[in-house]
Design a protein around this ligand. Sequence first.
Ligand SMILES: [Zn+2]
Length: 711
Amino acid sequence: MKKLSIVAMGLLVLILASCNQTTKKKESMGKTENPFMKVSTLPFQAPDFTKIKNSHFAPALEEGIKQQLAEIEQIADNPEEPTFENTLVALEKSGKLLTRTLNVFEMLSGANTNDTLQDLQEEIAPKLAGLQDAITLNDNLFNRIKTIYQKKNELDLDKESTRLLQYYYDEFTRAGANLPAEAKEKLKKLNEEDALLSAKFTNQLLSGTKAGALVVDNDAELKGLSESQIKQAAKNAADAGKEGKYLISLQNTTQQPLLQSLENRETRQKLFEASWARTEKEDKNDTRDVIQRLAEIRAEKAALLGFSNFAAWTLQDQMAKTPQAVESFLGKLIPPATANARKEAKDLQALIDRDKGGFKLQPYDWNMYAEQLRKERFDLDEDQIKPYFELFNVLENGVFYATSRLYGLSFERRTDIPIYNPDMRVYEVKDADGSELALFYCDYFQRDNKSGGAWMSNVVGQSKLLGTKPVVYNVCNFTKPAEGEPTLISYDDVTTMFHEFGHALHGIFADQTYPSLSGTNVARDFVELPSQFNEHWALYPDVFKNYAKHYKTGAPMPEELVSKIKKSVTFNQGYALTEILAASELDMEWHTIKAGTDINSADKFESEALAKNKLDIPQVPPRYRSSYFLHIWSNGYSAGYYAYLWAEMLDQDAFAWFEENGGLSFENGQRFRKLILSRGNTEDYNEMYFNFAGREPNINPMLKNRGIAVP
Ligand SMILES: [Zn+2]
């Protein structure tokens, strides 16, 4: 993933301002020594971690907010006629201290946090969130932007500047800046209710998931689990005050990881049902009323802003643009995906019958029999594979190697650039002509003070206006080996490295004037194209043979193992795709209701939505059920869950283009860099893609890659 941080979500948040009463006193002390107060003099303006202390953040953020507020007021109240230069360029130049500080703050809060930073995060988050209103409610500022926007045709702006003007105008109008005062007030109330209910949903889901854990009385019910899994379950129970019992806690998704090992069918059924009903128990954690109201609020908001539904409003600035485009895309995937899932169900039923199971396949049986089938067809033994994937060898001879072949880049390790943890590495990235391009940091090992998952972000954003070059970083959570041991990683981890480095390239190749449009500041349904596309090179023969070598002997990976890796990619993909499609359709159905629609039952709404889209296959439930679908109710993916699949269509289609045009080559790489990776958000995404591929993206390569028959 790419980290969706405050910083990455665009400048709007950053150019907002508010006053802080509580920590003002701190400002006066040590102002001259605070490293954030001046631009770093290190190469690429890299942050100086040898000087940055916890105590520097609060005063720098305070001062940054104060400075930005003053800048915004100055722009909004400027007595001169509004011009592109004195309004939009001025906005882009504002908030330098706040951006500089927030970028480092975000970097450390995610990957190297501590109590001070965590407290400060809580303190600063509501201020930054409340800021959104503070700026969009500044009528003077919007009036200036509107005046410029209305004469845009007379201004003779270059392409990127035209895009910037459009971007600001859209951001303001989407937030309701054009509405009459009364409607603005109504919108504000709806926004507040939405925020309140989203937070309530998150809390209910958290407690519902915790309370929904499965408790069993004896370990016989857990047959099939490993000794350490059973120990963990006993410990979980003891921690929850249920000494002597066993507790299996629930994961976010409908399917639970342990379902693949639990041999006792009754336990499987109980665990599955615990997951499915976690927030539908008619207790205080029941979310159904909340989500019904959230859907209604969002429909009302859209109507107020002049749209037929919430999805229509929210999709405007995405590549898909309209709910119709999303529906048509999902609609094309449903028949082949479900046909494949039905075929897989038959294979699993055959396995059950062969074992004389005497029952009909249910969703809680799926993972167990799929795992059995996978083992029969091609057992991928991680311990056999890992010795061929030594971490820094994969990085330098795999990830970097592919990059040098495609784009001509070279990488030079820099040990003079300060880091915040000794396990990190920093590389200077040089372009094909030897000129300096960017700095790349990697922080790969799991630590207690690091968030889970993997992500990329910028600690210095690229902008010609500000004279900054990109400083980007990748963070992962690989297990650190014992002292002196090599770091051997799984094939999944290898893929993660290529993925995150794809995001990094999107940042490294950024070539924009304006920070708001630079690099990875792109639509949600476009941002995963560079990363997922880059994953393809991991298994590409020329690249693979350059890095997949035994860490002791240097021998290449045996062909038999390589072919197992390749086959495992297409296994069980009918199920995998169908469960995501079902969740995507639920998201779209909830967010395309018209204002005033009375939903009297969330469950009925859900089952009708699935039936309507021909996704009502009992053995393949949605990946998330409406009542516990965190992405769409409070995580910023409302009417946006489809984006994962959309980006997959793009990356597969782009890779197919490479294959049709000679595969891995500098020429093809340059084209991709020039037309996609270096463009940031300076063009319509559809035009950008069309210019690269010479055609619209198509779902066939995506289906083919998942091993699903193309209709
Ligand atoms: Zn990503």
